[in-house]
Write a protein that binds this ligand. Sequence first.
Ligand SMILES: Nc1nc2c(ncn2[C@@H]2O[C@H](COP(=O)(O)OP(=O)(O)O)[C@@H](O)[C@H]2O)c(=O)[nH]1
Ligand SMILES: [Mg+2]
Ligand SMILES: [Zn+2]
Length: 321
Amino acid sequence: MSKRKLTKLQQTRIKQQQEQATVTASGQHAIVTANRGKTVIIEDQAQQTFICNIRQNIDTLVCGDHVIWQQQDETTGVVLALEPRTNYLARPDRRGQAKVVAANIDQLMIVSAVKPALNTRLIDRYLVAAELSDITPLIVFNKIDLPDKIKMNDFQEQLSIYTELGYQVVFTSAKQDKGISDLQSILVDKISVFVGHSGVGKSSIINALLPESPAEVGEISDSTQKGRHTTTLAQLYHLPNGGNLIDSPGIREFGLWQVKLQQAAEGFIEFRPYLRHCRFRDCLHEEEPGCRILEAVKEGKITDMRWDSYRRIMDSLREAP
Ligand SMILES: Nc1nc2c(ncn2[C@@H]2O[C@H](COP(=O)(O)OP(=O)(O)O)[C@@H](O)[C@H]2O)c(=O)[nH]1
Ligand SMILES: [Mg+2]
Ligand SMILES: [Zn+2]
């Protein structure tokens, strides 16, 4: 096709694509380890860090973002392009708009504990959030130094529902340094994020994993300080035995958000084989006739506990503005 036949818009697009290709070819790959507002800290493949300005055409950059950049001097550079994100975590900002806080995450470490009481509904909410975001979830059960043997058996039984679903459950005591080495090997070669209710021991676990100890133990409930935490900056940390953590108080309280009613069931992995076999195409699997999920619950193929969680999540999604 001759150039004359292209519209102005097409020509502009081609020019942009060519420019992008040049940028990608000439630049180097790096990962964003912190966002400092107008600048970002990036780390190149030799694990050297640089402070970078950001080309104007690039949207917000977050921890975990893969970028193309060019070095300027020994400590600075410029980010030229953002590579596509495989996934991301977002939180609502003050106006309720989605604010991406971290990207390209491999594992969501869902922390629960003996105290505050084991909350399987909250675990289910995090599992749904992880599944819908394409992030592998794991469950960490902390403070195993507290219960006696009988109580511990009871916890193990309650949590076996997750192992049966195929989720890994790690038992830890940050206090007695139990299970921390198990965590270390799980975290190797991955980018992970720790989430969970305030007080379960996230900061304590992170401190046990990281020698430079970034997290304050026993800090005031993250959830009561939401406004302040939206401004808390995330950081990517290297673990001494390999692997990376992205952490900030705001991220630790990441929750189920912006999920459509029709999507929620997809977040329950054991529902998946039955989805799309219901009588009604827009079935929400709550009380509709001919619902395959409800049948599976009756047949005992889906547990009452998980289905109950599903119903509660649906209720909460309806209440959300
Ligand atoms: N007994 C016991 N207490 C713990 C353990 N991990 C954390 N804690 C305590 O639980 C409280 C909350 O811990 P923190 O790490 O701040 O929890 P976060 O809010 O999830 O970050 C603190 O008083 C910790 O000392 C543990 O494994 N066993
Ligand atoms: Mg904390
Ligand atoms: Zn259904």
